[in-house]
Design a protein around this ligand. Structure first.
Ligand code: TRP
Length: 377
């Protein structure tokens, strides 16, 4: 087993090392998603998304409360977002595919925040113009996933500042620098925009309540690295007279190189598959870079079998591209037994990704004409 050289760390701006999700549950003080809560979701949705069954969404805050309210007829809206720092890769899609499922099953409004300010403030080389460009590009990917324009509102921090800023100010006034420092490991060297930023991310969870002038429950699907913003803002929601938002936490899709850290497009391209990649690029990246849990030679593989737990191709199928539980179980069994070779597993994944991307890229093109319907005005 390769020794992990980097210390693991999970913050909204950095995810590295081998991620211990059990430890994160403890550290962040969130609840593990158990079968009681899953059954409640199933009762209303009539089925469970495979990401719930497989515990890819694995933890939560106040999910039972939001379901209590739902059962009383006090329906929630959904809030999530994207920091437009670069192109969209497969790692981003899981949360949003799941978000779309929630929108459909619970007939919920979705508020989707694009934090161009965040990426401008936190990324050394990001200009406002770049952030604007990526906001547009990233919107195409979100739309391509099929969200209902009648129930979905895109808000862009700098473009919808008249809406967001006054709400963010209320949060900012009640969060101390010392709290932000401790939660995010900030220091006196951080720029002052970064210190303020959490209040911008906290705000959309109450914006529908502000607009409707009555409290509406909110559910936030996110990858667990984003949780600290809401942990910091948690008490403030109450102090300001709003509900605390409920949160459902997902895992990270591993980078091509292996099971630690997360897929990241702003860093190195060879660790991620972009939604704009061609079939050839996908094939090359998977064949060349996807970490294999197989054995060094075919003979050895047939004898000892492979390890799907650390095999990136298998993990992509499990987390994203093979929703069918029976098919997945068969792949797992055959891989472990040595019947299925790494090269064969990779071919299966390549086909799945390319089928998905063909459709996605066509929808992404059509999305250019739809953006206007999604923008909050
Ligand atoms: N900060 C997130 C990112 O860097 C974007 C974001 C804004 C977000 N609001 C959110 C993510 C709410 C999850 C939930 O991508």
């Amino acid at each position: 087993m390769k020794k992990e050289s980097t210390k693991s760390s999970v913050t909204p701006w950095e995810v590295k090392g081998r991620i211990d999700y059990d430890r994160l549950i403890e550290e962040f003080g969130v609840e593990r998603l158990n079968s009681f809560t899953l059954d409640r979701i199933k009762k209303h949705a009539k089925e469970l998304h495979f990401m719930l069954k497989r515990k890819i969404f694995f933890a939560h805050r106040d999910l039972n409360w939001v379901l209590d309210e739902y059962e009383k007829g006090n329906h929630f809206f959904i809030y999530t977002g994207r920091g437009p720092s670069g192109p969209i890769h497969l790692g981003h899609l899981g949360t949003w595919i799941f978000t779309k499922w929630l929108q459909d099953k619970f007939n919920a409004e979705l508020w989707f925040q694009f934090t161009d300010d965040e990426k401008f403030l936190f990324k050394q080389n990001m200009s406002m113009e770049d952030a604007e460009k990526w906001t547009y590009e990233n919107m195409l990917d979100v739309i391509a996933l099929g969200f209902d324009p009648k129930k979905t509102h895109f808000i862009v921090d700098t473009k919808n500042a008249d809406l967001i800023y006054p709400v963010a100010l209320k949060f900012a006034k009640k969060i101390n620098f010392s709290t932000v420092k401790a939660a995010f490991g900030m220091s006196n060297e951080n720029n002052i925009g970064q210190i303020f930023y959490t209040s911008m991310q906290a705000a959309p969870a109450v914006i529908p309540s502000v607009l409707k002038k009555k409290n509406i429950p909110c559910l936030i699907p996110l990858a667990i690295d984003q949780d600290p913003h809401f942990r910091v803002a948690r008490d403030v929601y109450m102090k300001l007279g709003y509900y605390k938002p409920a949160i459902i936490h997902g895992m990270f899709l591993p980078p091509l190189s292996g099971v630690s850290g997360k897929m990241d497009s702003s860093g190195d391209q060879i660790n991620s598959i972009l939604t704009t990649d061609s079939p050839k690029e996908v094939e090359m990246k998977i064949k060349k870079y996807a970490f294999s849990g197989g054995q060094a030679t075919i003979e050895e593989h047939r004898k000892k079998g492979g390890n799907p737990d650390i095999d990136v191709s298998f993990q992509y199928l499990r987390m994203l591209f093979e929703p069918d539980d029976e098919k997945l179980a068969k792949l797992e069994k055959d891989y472990r037994s040595g019947k299925l070779l790494t090269s064969e597993l990779k071919e299966i994944l390549i086909k799945k990704i390319n089928d998905f991307l063909k459709d996605h890229q066509a929808k992404r093109k059509l999305a250019e004409k739809q953006i206007d319907k999604f923008l909050y005005k």
